[in-house]
Design a binder for this molecule. Structure first.
Ligand code: ATP
Ligand code: TZP
Ligand code: MG
Ligand code: MG
Length: 292
């Protein structure tokens, strides 16, 4: 059947399509509109630039329709959401949906407070998100599961098995007819049909602020290119570039911990995109992707 065929083709698709998408971002400089939290503004703009996108940080809903018409993607990251912020996000969501522009939701801290639970509900009812990405507790909150209590923006320890988590992302993606990504040491990503586990990345990503947020910015940039292609593979391309850059950075002799990791990570994001432009895709041999 079609599902099995898609699965059999996966290694080949990764080998062929991932570099195509990486190259497309590097060569077409897609606009990436970030409505994001107060913490990560500068870091997210730098990550976007390093993968080859053109970032604009704007939390003003009144200018979202002009920006949507420029053909880029929107990141809605509710890390420092306020009532005014929420109405700006909703306005922007409608503007991008109206022109078919890709939108990604990062429900930061969704399970921490009542304000955030309400914000997630209103956002998900207010329009279509091509991708929802978050840590485990954030994705549980998006799925409407009760009893989720986050202590802040971090997910905290998990008691769920990989199988349970995979089932959750698949069910939510099927319900929302979009792509759902649950991040962690192993990332789970699904389009409601196929679910993939990505085991790349490095623990330093958990020791710096904004690693989830800037993965969202990266994925949004990838959603803009090769519009007729499968979204799941573009999301996967964004994840792989991001996490393999982190691995390469952490291995460098000049990296001694999370502080020196940040600039090295930006360097490696940039280097991977430059290598891919010249046809050198050796970095991709590190990809650890499994169907679950
Ligand atoms: P949290 O606040 O719970 O850390 P987050 O929104 O920052 O959540 P993460 O789950 O930390 O998001 O994921 C951000 C990125 O870091 C992802 O690419 C993920 O794969 C990677 N990552 C996080 N922890 C690890 C780890 N221990 N090993 C490898 N990669 C990791
Ligand atoms: N507080 C509000 S938003 C934010 C913090 C610390 C950044 C969260 O970043 P990430 O990428 O989810 O770790
Ligand atoms: Mg983190
Ligand atoms: Mg996060």
């Amino acid at each position: 059947n079609a599902g099995r065929k898609r699965l059999e083709q996966l290694p080949k698709r990764i080998e062929l399509d991932v570099p195509t998408h990486v190259k497309a971002v590097a060569e077409t400089n897609p606009l990436c509109h970030n409505m994001t939290n107060l913490v990560v503004q500068n870091f997210a703009a730098n990550v976007a630039l390093c993968v080859g996108a053109s970032p604009i940080m704007s939390n003003n809903g009144l200018e979202a329709s002009d920006l949507a018409n420029l053909g880029g993607a929107l990141v809605v990251n509710m890390g420092t959401v306020t009532p005014e912020g929420l109405s700006n996000y909703l306005q922007a969501l409608r503007a991008y949906n109206a022109v078919g522009g890709p939108v990604i939701l990062d429900p930061v801290g969704a399970g921490a407070t009542q304000q955030r639970r309400d914000a997630v509900r209103q956002l998900m009812a207010g329009g279509y998100f091509d991708v929802i990405k978050g840590n485990e507790n954030e994705i549980r909150t998006c799925a409407g599961m009760s009893g989720v209590q986050q202590r802040g923006v971090d997910s905290g320890a998990s008691t769920a098995t990989m199988k349970e988590k995979a089932e959750l992302v698949k069910t939510l993606a099927a319900r929302e007819r979009n792509i759902v990504l649950m991040t962690g040491e192993v990332d789970l990503v699904s389009d409601g049909h196929m679910t993939l586990a990505v085991s790349n990345g490095h623990k330093y990503l958990g020791n710096i602020t904004g690693s989830g947020c800037t993965l969202g910015t990266t994925i949004a940039s990838f959603l803009v290119v090769n519009r007729e292609d499968q979204k799941l593979l573009k999301v996967l391309a964004g994840i792989l570039v991001y996490e393999i850059a982190a691995e390469r950075a952490a291995e460098r002799a000049d990296v001694k911990g999370p502080g020196t990791f940040v600039p090295a990570f930006l360097d490696e994001l940039y280097r991977i995109r430059e290598e891919t432009k010249t046809g050198d895709t050796e970095w991709l041999t590190r990809a650890r992707v499994e169907s679950v």
